[in-house]
Design a protein around this ligand. Structure first.
Ligand code: P6P
Length: 333
């Protein structure tokens, strides 16, 4: 494949599909540059005094890691001045972040989980950044949280970076999914996979099995069948993976198929599951669907859900279409 840069890809995509206006192209390039900076900070590890906790709790009630805060600041500072955003929202911030008055406001709204998989930071396991882009409502004045509460189907772009053995950026603007690898020597993102497609069938599943005693019956039935393999009603045996970094599990599924599950369970019926709709489930659902997969909350398509709160959680079943359809069907029985 001809190696082209992210910039060239975006320019050629705009020329051929006219779906990436200049401000959206600027937004994507600014976020990609911020991910480069985060990758550099993450890569320092103990040498950079960036490990460990900051002894502060975020809105999720989770103790923030130093790198959570550093990554959040990097994304805020990178995006404030460009004139492409009306406001931002982050897993690490209780309320939305307005553009300072000294800068012009733009027509897009950026949501992100600045560093997903934080429990893996201090043990050198892959982590990442997830982002979602919405358009500001027509005629919007001062942005409010309500302006962000749009279903995932309204996203105009979504992506994630994985800070792993390679640093990769996976992106969709609604015309398929492409992967860029960071060339550290040149400091540029290089197109390395075009039009990624998730295999419809799979033999691999991802779930935190330590929660099994809390699962609702449809999930228990589905996972038991996977574990039974050919000895049960399935035609094949299955393998399991759980990295505890959604970005890493989803990237594996994009490349070789699989189903990722974070179900709701009996412990907190009013907080279904652990993953957040606006800046984890929605962007990943957009990417997965653009790659030929499926993403539901066990009943509904993730991207059809009308958000009620900025940090609301949602059960997540996403990946190879045949498996997501099967486990979703079990929820209907
Ligand atoms: P558990 C990371 O904290 C995260 O939000 C996702 O990236 C990941 O899939 C999940 O939580 C891991 O949750 O309960 O296995 O630690």
């Amino acid at each position: 494949m001809k190696r082209i840069s992210l910039t060239q890809y975006l320019v050629e995509e705009q020329r051929s599909h006219n779906t990436i206006p200049a401000e959206l192209r600027l937004l994507i390039e600014v976020v990609a540059r911020a991910c480069k900076t985060i990758s550099h900070a993450v890569g320092k590890g103990a040498l950079g005094d960036v490990l460990g906790t900051a002894n502060i709790e975020n809105v999720q009630g989770e103790v923030q890691k130093k790198l959570d805060i550093i990554s959040n600041e990097i994304l805020l500072e990178a995006n404030e001045w460009g004139g492409h955003l009306a406001a931002m929202a982050s897993e690490e911030m209780e309320t939305i972040h307005l553009i300072p008055n000294r800068y012009p406001m733009g027509e897009y709204m950026l949501l992100f989980d600045p560093l997903d998989g934080s429990s893996n930071i201090d043990v050198n396991v892959s982590i990442g950044t997830i982002f979602s882009v919405l358009k500001a409502p027509e005629g919007m004045g001062q942005p409010t949280e309500q302006d962000f509460l749009q279903p995932g189907s309204k996203q105009v772009a979504a992506g994630y970076a994985v800070y792993g053995p390679q640093t990769v950026l996976v992106l969709t603007t609604g015309n398929g999914v492409n992967c860029f690898t960071l060339d550290r020597e040149m400091g540029s993102w290089v197109l390395t996979q075009s039009n990624m497609q998730i295999p419809v069938e799979t033999r691999e599943y991802a779930i935190n099995a330590s929660n099994a005693r809390h699962w609702f019956p449809p999930v228990t039935r589905y996972v038991n069948e996977l574990q039974a393999g050919k000895a049960g009603p399935r035609e094949t045996d299955f393998n399991m993976r759980w990295i505890a970094s959604m970005v890493a599990d989803v990237h594996r599924i994009l490349n070789r198929g699989g189903i990722f599950m974070y179900p709701g369970d009996a412990r907190e019926p009013d907080k279904p599951g652990k993953l957040r709709l606006m800046y984890e489930a929605n962007p990943m659902a957009f990417i997965v669907e653009q790659a030929g997969g499926a993403a539901t909350d066990g009943a509904n398509r993730i991207m059809d859900i009308q958000p009620q709160k900025l940090h609301q959680r949602v059960p997540v079943f996403l990946g190879s279409k045949s498996e997501v359809e099967r486990v979703t069907a079990y929820h209907q029985q």
